[in-house]
Ligand binder design. Structure first.
Ligand code: PEP
Ligand code: MG
Length: 756
């Protein structure tokens, strides 16, 4: 059964349209369950009707015509209750409703299960049988499992379906994701597909079919050459059977069939990579369904060959700067720091990806760079987006593909309003970040990659509260040497001197991978991360500490911060290494003053050992991003649980209040450098709790400063008291919005949803 399930889901997954996906479902389920009818109804939220979308067994004329309200008929009942209904004698049920166009009167037995994706009812999957049949437990379990597995695939296909007919008047499609970096852009999609991934090749209409065919032939020739050479190389080392595989590969390539099929597809209007992907998928599809183990295994060979040809095709079509659109919205399955480098900054207008969430590190980087970003767009049909005009709304986490003129003009107005607000706020950026009742808040910035705007920024801030050293490590091809690091760190220390610069030691692991130091773990956020890695690799940490110390000579503004501290002995071990680095440099003739050292408070355990930590270090820095993740047990990077992740959860706020109080009693300077500090609502709450230093991405400074300059410390303290009495996150967010409206500051919070 498992095998059947897996194959059906895979087939549905590979379908090129919603219609094809539904056809596959009904056909395959009916066969697998040996039953007379299988139908699928999808819920149309606009009409609030369940519409029969496909069937095998009922009259096909009824497809699209039968439309039920929730609660109407047996199907409506399944949808309304979101529960399975299994009836041997369906017409006897009080809810039974007869639709004559379906020819349903012939069927006695009924089994219907709801299709639910992320709490949303998408539709109902039904099987029916002419004679009385009690669908047994196994049937029920099969259909429930099928529906559960199909839900995600269908949600994706429904979203994709909207894009299948771009020429329709309503060809616009809207996708929801997680707002990761604020701002709105109107631009054009540039899809970056991972190399040699047949499933994410975009569809493109070729500008010159002849040259596409030429490209294809050359790529096939190259793969043939490779195969021949590999076969020859391995001739003495592998068995005759294994060697035969290379002959088989060569034959597949020599046999004009594959190439000819791809060429035919090109002539039909696909570019070479898209045509290749289509043809390979079709073959794989076919081979995977045949009941012959040998042939099924050949499907892997076809895929492999396809990937090899694709690699050559992709090598052939490098993106040139000229082909990148001027307002480019980069779209990918997963956006890496290196990908950001592929598009010149002046052309990079926005970022969209299927994976990731608001505090994933690409989001943090995007905010620092001021690039509107939406992540976690799980239903995005990557293949169909390249070159599409789109509006990206980084405030609300929305992407509109092929927007209509009404929507474009609505967003153009919003962009103009935002620009006007930014200009107004700009006027007060040189003023102190002080409340109307005279309470000063120190505002600092978080940095990572080089900032061009240091000179402009310096008079407006109290220093760098967090320099994420792993960022520069992520764009190199090996660990940077001590000299390279020294140069990098000096640039920061010198640039911001005499202001303090807080350099965090390498914080890799979690979602921050170094290409040259991959960490594969089942639970990366609970695994080898931050100081746990660097203490296990003292040779890496000591080089970094030496580079920081060297770079600080002459500036004396270096603060060192240790990430992911969980245990006091980790602090001791790191301090010993720091001392060693200092002694070594002393022996080399460099007398360097001991920098101030702090720990990140981001693992909940540290909140219970503040005194022991305070006895060892000079300052604390609260990493609210990870603290939230670990307190709420919500992966900060997982779009599925993104709605549960919010630092304004009452429990997180309560923990922060306690932390602020205890840190004050311990007289420990304590800043907050997580994203909560860059949200004007969060910043006021932190101020009311007693934190005096906030560190944030540079683009957030104007709004946070504006909020601080308009709300007194007394008001902020009351705000904290008020939210502490609220039991839910929704209530806290609602209350913040209400107070901001009352203070006339609603424009500083993210705008509400735009309902068209
Ligand atoms: C944090 O966890 O809040 C933090 C500032 O560090 P990072 O986001 O880099 O993990
Ligand atoms: Mg952290």
């Amino acid at each position: 059964m498992l095998d059947v399930l897996r194959r059906i889901v895979q087939e549905v997954n590979e379908a090129r349209s919603l219609e094809a996906a539904l056809a596959t479902v009904v056909r395959r389920v009916r066969k697998a369950m040996h039953t007379d009818v299988c139908s699928i109804y999808l819920f149309d939220p606009m009409r609030e009707r369940l519409v029969l979308k496909d069937t095998i067994g009922l009259r096909t004329q009824s497809i699209g015509l039968v439309a039920l309200c929730l609660g109407e008929g047996l199907v409506g009942l399944v949808a309304e209750r979101e529960e399975t209904l299994n009836l041997e004698d369906a017409p006897a049920h009080s809810h039974f409703r007869y639709f004559k166009e379906t020819g349903e009167e012939r069927f006695s037995s009924f089994l219907g299960v709801p299709i639910i994706h992320q709490r949303r009812m998408l539709g109902v999957l039904v099987v029916q049988q002419q004679e009385k049949r009690r669908y047994d437990e196994g049937d029920e379990a099969f259909l429930i499992t099928m529906a559960a597995q199909l839900a995600g695939v269908l949600a994706h296909a429904i979203a994709t379906g909207a894009l299948n007919q771009p020429t329709r008047a309503d060809g616009m499609a809207m996708f929801k994701g997680i707002a990761a970096s604020p701002g709105i852009v109107i631009g054009e999609a540039l899809v970056i597909a991972p190399l040699a991934d047949l499933d994410s090749v975009p569809d493109l209409i070729p500008t010159n079919t002849e040259s596409e065919i030429r490209r294809l032939r050359e790529a096939i020739d190259r793969v043939r050459g490779e195969m021949r050479r590999t076969g020859e190389r391995l001739a003495n080392r592998i068995s005759v059977q294994e060697l035969a595989l290379f002959d088989a590969y060569e034959q597949m390539l020599a046999d004009a069939a594959l190439g000819q099929e791809v060429e035919k597809r090109i002539l039909e209007g696909q570019w070479a990579p898209g045509a290749l992907a289509d043809v390979v998928r079709r073959h794989v599809h076919y081979l995977e369904r045949v009941d012959d183990d040998y042939l099924r295994e050949r499907s892997a060979d076809i895929r492999d060959l396809g990937r090899r040809i694709l690699t050559h095709l992709q090598e052939e079509s490098p993106r040139t700067i000229n082909t990148i659109p001027p307002h480019c919205i980069l779209v990918a399955d997963e956006i890496s720091v290196t990908m950001l480098g592929e598009v010149p900054r002046e052309k990079l207008a926005g970022l969209v990806s299927i994976s990731g969430s608001s505090t994933s590190h690409v989001a943090i980087l995007a905010r620092a760079m001021g690039i509107p970003t939406v992540l976690g767009m799980v239903d995005l049909p990557l293949q169909r987006l390249n070159g599409a005009p789109m509006i990206l709304d980084g405030h609300r986490g929305r992407l509109f593909v092929r927007p209509d003129t009404e929507l474009i003009s609505h967003y153009q107005e919003q962009i103009a309003e935002e620009r006007a607000l930014a200009e107004t706020l700009e006027h007060e950026q040189h003023l102190p970040s002080e409340t109307p009742d005279g309470h000063a808040m120190a505002l600092m910035v978080n940095t990572g990659l080089t900032l061009d705007a240091v000179a402009q920024l310096k008079p407006r801030i109290a220093g760098v509260g967090l320099y994420r050293t792993e960022m520069p490590f992520m764009i190199t091809e090996r660990f940077p040497s001590e000299q390279e690091q020294e140069r990098l760190y000096r640039e920061q220390l010198k640039g911001f001197a005499p202001l303090p610069v807080t350099m965090r030691t390498l914080d890799i692991g979690g979602d921050k991978d170094l290409p040259y130091f991959p960490i594969q773990e089942a639970n990366p956020f609970l695994g080898w991360r931050g100081v746990r890695v660097t203490l296990d690799h003292p040779e890496v940490l000591i080089v970094q500490l030496r580079a920081m110390l060297r770079a600080s000579v002459g500036y004396d503004n270096l603060h060192i911060l240790l990430p992911m501290i969980t245990n006091v002995d980790e602090v001791d071990a790191a301090l010993r290494l720091l001392e060693r680095a200092q002694v070594e440099l002393g022996e080399e003739g460099l007398a360097i003053a001991t920098p101030r050292v702090g720990v990140m408070l981001e693992v909940p355990a540290t909140l219970y050992q503040l005194d022991a930590l305070a006895a060892r270090v000079d300052f604390f820095s609260v990493g609210s991003n990870d603290l939230t993740q670990y307190l709420l047990a919500v992966d900060r990077n997982n779009p599925r649980v993104a709605e549960l992740y919010d630092a304004c959860h009452p429990a997180v706020l309560a923990a922060l209040v306690r932390l602020a109080k205890e840190a004050e009693q311990l007289e420990m300077p304590t800043s907050v450098c997580g994203e909560l500090a860059s949200d004007p609502g969060g910043a006021l709450l932190l101020m009311g709790m007693g934190f005096k230093v906030l560190s944030m991405n540079a683009p957030s400074l104007p709004k946070v400063r504006a909020a601080i300059r308009r709300v007194s410390l007394a008001q902020a303290r009351t705000l904290v008291e008020e939210v502490l009495s609220l039991p839910t996150l929704m209530a806290v967010r609602g209350h913040l919005m209400m107070r901001f409206e009352e203070w006339g500051l609603a424009h500083l919070l993210p705008p509400k949803d735009y309902q068209k």
